[in-house]
Design a protein around this ligand. Structure first.
Ligand code: GLU
Length: 450
């Protein structure tokens, strides 16, 4: 058995219930197999055994008081996975599905994603099973203050810099920052995604979505194609989906779908972006409300989706942008997309395609941009926010946006050139994993057994 396979096996036996973590682990380690066989130095330094175990895991209780005066308790985590390249960096997710398995898979992916950004950031991730949906602002504030009352002792602008993810946006980051500042008596860049008047970076909000489209554009242009005039399917309706849609319009494409946990909307002539922002960013309502206000929208509730499928992927499109959550696109969905002539996938969400779906895309030789490359624009722009905070400067929107576009192009070229070395030119999963891994592994070797 190869070194890679033996590490996969040990981890599968140790953590049989951590299915998301094992899925991410398998996807990454299997693609590293050739690179690792060619370079015995990795095995000699036990790089894989060290890489798969977080440097530090914090699990903590978050007690808080709801609007009825009742005491609530949530479970929270911060997993500081790897600091070979810089301070731990990665978002916080507030969603009922959060558990240690989910945070471990996200944290593990984050190590290689952050390595690809070209900036110096280690990998970490955190969150809680708290659901901000339907809560009042005061309840969200109470929760965030209690969450930070424990977390503040573990983080710092040179130690661990959390940010947003699903369920954590500008409102949550504001409350978290306020409590951090109060407890630590420090105003520093300990969180990214901050408000624009108090240390946040212009274009951070837009960055993950814009970045995913810039990546698709780079990949298509390199192959003599473009997004102009093309029908695109987008899933999700959070921050990533909204700014994917915005950038697609800017490039002359036609994004026709959006979805949430209750259903999806299809707009033959293109999603009404202003209405989507109003419903999701301002009023925090479901897409059912969007459909009520847009006569041209066709709404399908989740209960009417074909068995085990995501309806968004039944809409014929040239390019698909999965921008909701993990495993939202399975083998059946992938087959339908391919049958309908889909030529490009750019993953804005983390691990949105199952392993089977990923393999179908690779085999079909379409332009497939895996999450850790395609959605790295968010965390990369967080890195740009850290730079601005550290130098007490404020860059213009255009400055940040052009650096973001430049980074996405570099990530694409790096993944492509690396894939070429293995004579698998189009396999950006392989290219991104190997390119991200090499930098982390070399730093670990140079820093000794720590
Ligand atoms: N949550 C985002 C991600 O998955 C952004 C993290 C950050 O900005 O630190 O990469």
């Amino acid at each position: 058995m190869s070194y890679t396979q033996s590490v996969i096996q040990t981890m599968s036996e140790k953590y049989p219930h951590q299915k998301f973590f094992l899925q991410a682990l398998r996807e990454i380690l299997e693609t590293l197999d050739d690179e690792i066989k060619r370079n015995p130095i990795y095995e000699k330094n036990a790089i894989l055994e060290r890489l798969v175990v977080p440097e530090r895991s914090i699990a903590f209780r978050v007690p808080w008081v709801d609007k009825e005066g009742k005491i609530q308790v949530n479970q929270a985590y911060r997993i500081e996975f790897n600091s070979a390249l810089g301070p731990y960096k990665g978002g916080l997710r507030f969603h009922p599905s959060v558990n240690e398995d989910v945070i471990k898979f996200l944290g593990f992916e984050q190590i290689l994603k952050n390595s690809l950004t070209t900036l110096n950031m280690g990998g970490g991730k955190g969150g809680s099973d708290f659901d901000p949906k339907g809560k009042t602002d005061i309840e969200v504030m109470n929760f965030c203050q209690s969450f930070m009352s424990e977390l503040y002792r573990h983080i710092g602008d040179r130690t661990d810099v959390p940010a947003g993810d699903i369920g954590v946006g500008a409102r949550e980051i504001g409350y978290l920052f306020g409590q951090y500042k109060r407890l630590s008596n420090r105003f520093d860049g300990v969180l990214t995604g901050k408000g624009l008047k108090w240390g946040g970076s212009l274009a951070r909000k837009e960055a993950t979505g814009y970045g995913s489209v810039y990546f698709a554009q780079a990949m298509l242009e390199d192959n003599g194609q473009s997004l102009e005039g093309k029908v695109c399917a987008v899933s999700g309706s959070g921050n990533v989906a909204i700014y994917t849609i915005e950038k697609l319009y800017a490039l002359g494409a036609k994004p026709v779908t959006a979805s949430d946990s209750k259903g999806m909307v299809y707009e033959e002539n293109g999603i009404n972006l202003e209405l989507l922002k109003q419903i999701k960013e301002v009023e925090r309502l479901s897409l059912e409300e969007y459909a009520k206000r847009s006569p041209s929208a066709k709404y399908t509730p989740v209960s009417q989706y074909p068995q085990g499928r995501n309806m968004v992927w039944s809409i014929p499109c040239f390019a698909a942008f999965p921008s909701a959550t993990q495993n939202e696109l399975n083998a059946e969905d992938a087959k339908v997309l391919l049958d309908n002539g889909c030529k490009c996938i750019s993953e804005g969400a983390n691990m949105p395609s199952t392993l089977e779906a990923t393999n179908l895309f690779i085999d079909a030789q379409i332009h497939y941009a895996p999450a850790k490359a395609a959605n790295a624009g968010g965390v990369a722009t967080s890195g740009l926010e850290m730079s601005q905070n550290a130098s007490m400067s404020i860059w213009t929107f255009e400055e940040v946006d052009s650096r973001l576009s430049d980074i996405m192009n570099k990530i694409y070229r790096n993944a492509k050139e690396t894939a070429k070395e293995f004579k698998q030119d189009k396999n950006l999963v392989l290219g991104a994993n190997v390119a991200g891994f090499r930098k982390v592994a070399l730093a670990m070797i140079e820093q000794g057994v720590v």
